[in-house]
Each structure stands twice: as structure tokens, then as C-alpha cells.
Design a protein around this ligand. Structure first.
Ligand code: ADP
Length: 179
């Protein structure tokens, strides 16, 4: 599924984000930036030790990364040149600012990627795995925030990579509503 938003192509794909040939992929990290399970583990496994070394430097300098923020490291052995690490909210009941924090992840990740000169970026479904954000609600935040931010930047392509067919269908429905 594909949409054109001004000069930017918005694309949905199903698959493994570590295989995506874009300038920057986004990692759904945790605040320690020390790697973990899910998409985080897959990115560190595929990208090799350069990524963790860069994460350790960032944490030594700036401390743990708060939810909603984003930082950039090299992509190591990945096809992507950069990894944008962002920390999604842990979902509790939706009344603790989870949506605002999740929106901030997408905004800050786009800004961080743009700042290093990335012209294409690929997002996973942030917070909908171990952090238990309900996928329908998360997809709506991901898509509306991204579509609203695209005109502020100069990306040729913004891609969402969904791991399962079901998640892909949920993001497709979210895009059909807003774009
Ligand atoms: P979080 O802790 O932010 O919830 P997870 O990594 O647990 O992050 O899950 C986020 C989403 O990433 C889930 O939908 C999960 O299915 C998906 N995912 C896991 N591995 C990959 C991968 N290699 N490529 C793309 N998406 C993945």
C-alpha cells in the first residue's frame, strides 16, 4: 500500500525491518539502550556490535533515554546507514499520556533522521509488542502523527514495516482513514 503526501511516498510493507534498504530504520528500544527482545534484539543481532558501542557512548554521556525521545547511531552491518533508537511508552490504561508519548516517538524519530540527512526512513510498530499498546490505537497515533509531520521534512520515502499480516492490515486501515 502506498500514498503520495506532497513529495514524500508513504509505504506499508510486511517483513523484517532489519532487511529494509532505507537510509534509517527506527528501533523500538528501551531506556537503557542496551538491547532487548523483539525488534530491538533483531536490530542488534543483524547490525552487530557497532550499534551497542554507540548506544553505550550515548548513555555514558547523556544518561538513559526517556520515553518519547530519539537518538541516532550508525547502522553497523545493516543495509540502513543509521538506526534511530526511540523509547515507546509502556501501555497501562491509556490515561497516563501514552498517546502523547507515542506521538513524540514518531515526531522525534523523523526529526533525528532528518538531522543526519536521511531521506528515507522505516518504522516498526512502536510499543505494540512487549510494551502492550493496543495495535489499533497505536496505528492511529503512528499514522496521524507521521502524516502530519511529513510536510515539515524532506523525506523521499517514509515506510512502516509490520511483522505480521494482521498488523499490516491494521496499519492499512489506519492509513485509509487519514491519507
Ligand atoms: P515494544 O517494546 O516497543 O513493544 P517490541 O519489539 O516488543 O517493541 O514490538 C514492537 C513490534 O515490532 C511488534 O509488533 C513486533 O511484532 C514487531 N517486531 C518484532 N521483530 C521485528 C522485526 N524483525 N521487524 C519488524 N518488526 C518486528
Amino acid at each position: 500500500m502506498e500514498r503520495q503526501i506532497g513529495k514524500t511516498r508513504l509505504l506499508l510493507v510486511q517483513g523484517d525491518i532489519t532487511r529494509q534498504a532505507v537510509d534509517a530504520i527506527v528501533n523500538a528500544a528501551n531506556s537503557s539502550l542496551m538491547g532487548g527482545g523483539g525488534v530491538d534484539g533483531a536490530i542488534h543481532r543483524a547490525g552487530g556490535p557497532t550499534i551497542l558501542a554507540a548506544c553505550k557512548e550515548i548513555v555514558a554521556r547523556d544518561g538513559r533515554l526517556p520515553a518519547g525521545r530519539a537518538v541516532v547511531t550508525p547502522g553497523g552491518n545493516l543495509p540502513a546507514r543509521w538506526v534511530v533508537h526511540t523509547v515507546g511508552p509502556i501501555y497501562r490504561d491509556g490515561g497516563l499520556g501514552e498517546a502523547a508519548t507515542l506521538a513524540s516517538c514518531y515526531r522525534e524519530s523523523l526529526a533525528a533522521a532528518a538531522e543526519v540527512g536521511a531521506r528515507s526512513i522505516c518504522f516498526p510498530s512502536i510499543s505494540t509488542g512487549a510494551y502492550r499498546y493496543p495495535i489499533e490505537a497505536a496505528a492511529q497515533v503512528a499514522v496521524t502523527t507521521t502524516v502530519a509531520e511529513i510536510p515539515r521534512h524532506d523525506f523521499a520515502e517514509v515506510r512502516f514495516c509490520l511483522f505480521s499480516e494482521r498488523d499490516l492490515a491494521v496499519y492499512q486501515a489506519a492509513i485509509a482513514e487519514v491519507a
